[in-house]
Design a protein around this ligand. Sequence first.
Ligand code: OAD
Length: 250
Amino acid sequence: MRIRYIVVFTGAGVSRESGLPTFRDVDGLWIKYPIEEVATIDALVRNTEKVLEFYNIRRRKILEAKPNAAHYAIASLEKKYNTVVITQNIDNLHERAGSTKVIHLHGLITQNKCMCPTPHYYDIDITDDRTIDLRLGDKCEGGSQLRHNVVLFGEAVENMEIAYSEVQKADIFIVVGTSLKVYPAANLVYYTRPDAYCFCIDPDESLNLPANFCHIKSRAVKGVPWIVNFLLENPQEISSIMKEGKIVLE
Ligand code: OAD
């Protein structure tokens, strides 16, 4: 098969070695902060201040973080292939590593949005420390409270249709660092073409992957540069790697 189109689907694991915690690992965010207190639409309505504070902390940590070898390797695919990144992450580390086509399914923390019926989105000015945190009473021009551009549980995931259609175009589909526990995003693994080569890079042995996937059991910073190197230097090897079904890189 001639490889032209690559889609990479990422979760929190790709940013872990940039110092950003995942959600469901033993040191994950949802262990420390119960979802229903900080990440649901109900919580935003009942306890706006607490939700704003939770995402103010996330935003500051993300602004301090730097892309890692996995983000850079994914960006380098653009040298040779039409590459689209679909991410569940609210950080902007793919963009900062150089990826130019990034679809955010769960929002982007460097933006605010308002609570007007048709929300407006605002890029924050990261050079002005005073504008980074959001407080109760910070309002848009229409007079509604500003919040972080992050999808909460109970809200629609707006970019799903475009994400499904991107996955259907992929000759190579690479999943990195996601537990595939959150829907509808996790459905993407079922939208691949029958002739696509599908890889998943994640250290978790017990991931529930469709049968057409080759599981590369590895941390992202190791496994992603490894597969990207094949794609850039020896793409003809990809079908034999795929046939292995499972590869352990420690
Ligand atoms: P999870 O915390 O559910 O899963 C993280 C995945 O990363 C697991 O499969 C880990 O095995 C893997 N992992 C851990 N360390 C890794 C490393 N160094 N390299 C590669 N993989 C590693 O995070 P997500 O699947 O991203 O949504 O979570 C999906 C959504 O759930 C998030 O976008 C967020 C959360 O609730 C919302 O808040 C709407």
